[in-house]
Ligand binder design. Structure first.
Ligand code: SF4
Length: 172
């Protein structure tokens, strides 16, 4: 927050399923009540579910990430011809996500994961990396602190993230 900003509380985007909203592919949530309570004390939370935002329903067929060379593709597991890569990448550049001071994402998700999402390689092996939406958001916004919610189970990591966000917000 600079001295011209009217914003007094940093805005944190957060995967909607972590807030207790039943938006996962299987119709469930991944509510993290203790974490959310701590975050709400310091931040304004902006919910986002990339898969719902691009028009997918709940429940929906699960997707996964296929890695082909340097290229990642997000496809429906039971029908790989349904490729959701482009809409998930385009969503990451939407104007509504520009005024964000930090991002907390759900681990292991093909859309939201940061470094824990399985990537299937052409030779049949698996490595771990980012989900399609988070990879695109991080590329477009390299200075915005991003973290997986599970990392914040550590009080030290939570404190570090809060400090990073406040610093980033005060510099924008
Ligand atoms: S796309 Fe992200 S916010 Fe939506 S259900 Fe999956 S992990 Fe949660």
């Amino acid at each position: 927050m600079n001295r011209f900003s009217t914003k007094t509380v940093p805005n944190i985007a957060i995967s909607r399923c972590l807030l207790g909203e039943a938006v996962r592919y299987d119709g469930n949530s991944k509510f993290q009540p203790n974490l959310i309570k701590k975050l709400e004390a310091v931040f304004t939370l902006i919910p986002i579910c990339p898969e719902v935002e691009i028009g997918l329903g709940v429940p929906r067929p699960p997707i996964h990430i296929i890695e082909m060379g340097a290229e990642l593709r997000a496809v429906v597991i039971e029908d790989p011809d349904i490729d959701l890569t482009q809409p998930l990448q385009e969503l990451a550049s939407e104007k509504s996500l520009l005024d964000i001071d930090g991002f907390i994402v759900k681990a292991r998700s093909p859309s939201c994961g940061l470094d824990s999402t399985p990537h299937l390689i052409e030779d049949g092996s698996t490595i771990y990396g980012a989900g399609i939406f988070s990879a695109a958001y991080k590329k477009a916004n390299p200075l915005v602190p991003m973290v997986e919610a599970e990392t914040l189970e550590s009080p030290q990591e939570l404190e570090k993230f809060i400090e990073e966000v406040i610093t980033a917000a005060s510099n924008c």
